[in-house]
Design a protein. Structure first.
Length: 253
């Protein structure tokens, strides 16, 4: 299995527009963060979790020639705003893109992209098949996907486990039952927004606490804001099995 961090940033990305802080002005490429997304290559499939507003750039930056499915964690704009760009794959491969989401995300997609789901199809419209999911295991062809239910403040969101890889972003609470699904992982990619506490995201210390509880072989933090600090400086303070992720990072499991 090959994991590629397509984006590791928060909803505004890093650098933030009009910000002149030390992180936003950093020359280190690891401090440049597109909106959070990840690509999983497994069982001869290419799966994308979340297609935010940087989806086009992420596909170009990583030379992604084909995708098989997009799995949404939730419906916030920084996670769904790039759906229109799947039409490039429709045109190239003459196929529909499979989309997996819950009922609420499906409703928002209908509102955000009425032209995709209209009965009167406009030429060139993205072609997607919506597959509704709940907090039950499902398969994309032969690949088993285990949803992990969590809260993003009061909003229910999904993380996902694929074999021994877990991805869980935009989260402020995980129940003990759902944490049990996360045990024995080789890699957990987890939300860690900043150092100070936040209403709807784990901060750095909370994310470290969750990782210490679950004891994966390795953990990476994502959905990182410019308030976190410089990538290299924060990494020096973290336990040996934990690092901040960065855009373009590749991990093989």
């Amino acid at each position: 299995m090959k994991i590629t961090i397509l984006g590791s940033g928060t909803s505004q990305g890093v650098p933030v527009i009009a910000c002149d802080c030390l992180v936003c002005k950093s020359k280190n490429i690891k401090d440049k963060r597109l909106r959070s997304s990840v690509m999983i290559e497994v069982d001869n499939q290419v799966l994308i979790i979340d297609s935010g507003p940087d989806f086009r750039h992420q596909m170009l930056n990583n030379n992604v020639i084909n995708i098989d499915a997009i799995i949404f964690t939730h419906h916030h704009k920084d996670h769904v705003a790039g759906l229109d760009d799947v039409r490039a794959y429709n045109h190239k491969w003459n196929k529909f893109i499979e989309v997996y989401c819950n009922k609420l995300t499906r409703k928002v997609l209908n509102n955000e992209y009425p032209y995709i789901f209209s009965k009167e199809i406009y030429p060139g419209t993205p072609k997607v098949n919506i597959n509704l999911i709940s907090n039950n295991d499902f398969y994309i062809n032969k690949t088993k996907i285990i949803p992990i239910s969590a809260l993003h403040y009061k909003l229910p969101v999904f993380g996902y486990r694929i074999n021994d890889f877990i991805y869980l972003t935009d989260v402020s609470y995980i129940s003990d039952d759902e944490k049990n699904k996360m045990l024995g992982a080789d890699l957990i990619v987890l939300d860690a927004l900043r150092i100070k506490p936040h209403l709807s995201h784990f901060n750095l210390s909370q994310a470290i606490s969750v990782i210490n509880e679950l004891q994966p072989k390795k953990a990476l933090f994502t959905h990182i804001s410019h308030y976190m600090g410089l990538h290299d400086e924060i990494n020096k303070t973290l336990p040996n099995n934990i690092n901040l992720s960065y855009d373009g990072q590749i991990i093989f499991l």
